[in-house]
Design a protein around this ligand. Sequence first.
Ligand SMILES: Nc1ncnc2c1ncn2[C@@H]1O[C@H](COP(=O)(O)OS(=O)(=O)O)[C@@H](OP(=O)(O)O)[C@H]1O
Ligand SMILES: Nc1ncnc2c1ncn2[C@@H]1O[C@H](COP(=O)(O)OP(=O)(O)O)[C@@H](O)[C@H]1O
Length: 177
Amino acid sequence: MTGATIWLTGLPSAGKTTIAYALAERLRAEGHRTEVLDGDEIREFLSAGLGFSREDRHTNVQRIGFVAGLLASHGVKVLVPVIAPYADSREAVRKRHAAASTPYLEVHVATPVEVCSERDVKGLYAKQAAGEISGLTGVDDPYEAPAAPDLRIESQHQSVDESATAVRALLAERGVL
Ligand SMILES: Nc1ncnc2c1ncn2[C@@H]1O[C@H](COP(=O)(O)OS(=O)(=O)O)[C@@H](OP(=O)(O)O)[C@H]1O
Ligand SMILES: Nc1ncnc2c1ncn2[C@@H]1O[C@H](COP(=O)(O)OP(=O)(O)O)[C@@H](O)[C@H]1O
């Protein structure tokens, strides 16, 4: 079975987690070994204690990239719904996968910040607006959008099912399925 890391990058509430779990369910039903490395879970365990400074986000992304690469090298389809706001952090993960000849695909869930802040799944945009938190990605903290992702998803114009189908089609096109 061909393994791969599929990184879903984008702003909070863009739809990364929802798409990852929807696709994971489908891939598992088709018999593919699949894992989701959810940012929130990782921050509770593997990256416990890390915050949201540039340095901590970089460390978080490198740790997740390392684990994803290991799993992928053993034939697992690894879905990674993690913001990964810095281009150099993502590039380092991509390079390590390339060095190990492990497939790596980058999906930009490119939902505009206006839509994300309306969805506000975790209430973070409201908290930032109320001055209760700062350093929120895409609002008062940087998000460096990928210049050339393998796929760009505009989740504001499609259903979850359509978004998951688009990512699945990318995997098929790149010979990962
Ligand atoms: N300041 C700030 N900025 C961005 N996100 C914040 C922040 N504080 C908490 N959160 C919540 O933590 C989740 C982001 O963690 P990640 O590990 O995906 O981010 S990162 O790649 O390390 O930047 C992210 O999850 P998602 O909403 O699923 O993206 C947020 O809910
Ligand atoms: N096409 C779509 N893809 C993904 N999520 C969507 C889509 N359309 C609407 N949504 C909604 O947007 C929200 C995205 O939340 P979530 O997946 O937690 O975002 P993130 O993981 O990027 O923070 C969910 O409530 C989801 O139902």
